[in-house]
Design a protein around this ligand. Sequence first.
Ligand code: SF4
Length: 239
Amino acid sequence: MFMLGLILSNQDKYPLDLVVNFDLEIEWQVAKNVINEMERRCKEAGIPFVRIKPRKSWEDLYEKYGFPNAHARWCNSDYKLDCKKQLNEWIASQNCRPVAYIGLCADEKKRFKYEIGDWENQDVCYPLAEEGIEESTILYWARKQSIFEGYYDNLDRMGCKRCPFLTMKEMAYLKQSEPEEYEALFKYIKDTENMVASKGKKWLFKDKGSEVIRNRVDTKWTLILENEQNYKQLTIFDL
Ligand code: SF4
């Protein structure tokens, strides 16, 4: 969102023809709100905003494979990247050489594919890095934007909300912000553990099992999160 703002206000330097969003059902609600806002800003600027959905829903793939895990990351390969496949097919049918803007920051140098300042003949451009903006600046900015609803006060990265790699704190935040999704998450995981067991095999969520993990979130991590939130609201005069 920061990068989109930067690009829209520097159209001479960073021209923009189209914004593509990979539209996933498993985005956090806050991410969906941000994407809607990005679409609104693009429309306002007269830039087409296209949403691409995976051709198979998360539920359909879940029915087939069970909850994703480190060895079966179908959520990425068969789900998210199916949007990329559709985008590549569309690009191949166009007579153009696309340049993609990527939100890498100036301090993510190890991930750069080209030297900053030399993006004219590249197929990617990192506007944030080109402007010398570092990750901490974006995080500081994100914490002040009401549209993120305090997400970045509590957490510093955002993946999907049905992710096999959710941290304990992210699960506690999901329980607090989207309680129905939290219930659904553990149902999907528990059903997969049972399904694997019915085949005479064993798979336990985070090697401990859904019941142990859920219990830790409910009893320990929910409190840690709430304490952090309460202490952040205190001022020096309250202490
Ligand atoms: S963030 Fe998690 S759920 Fe989303 S695609 Fe990556 S591994 Fe899968």
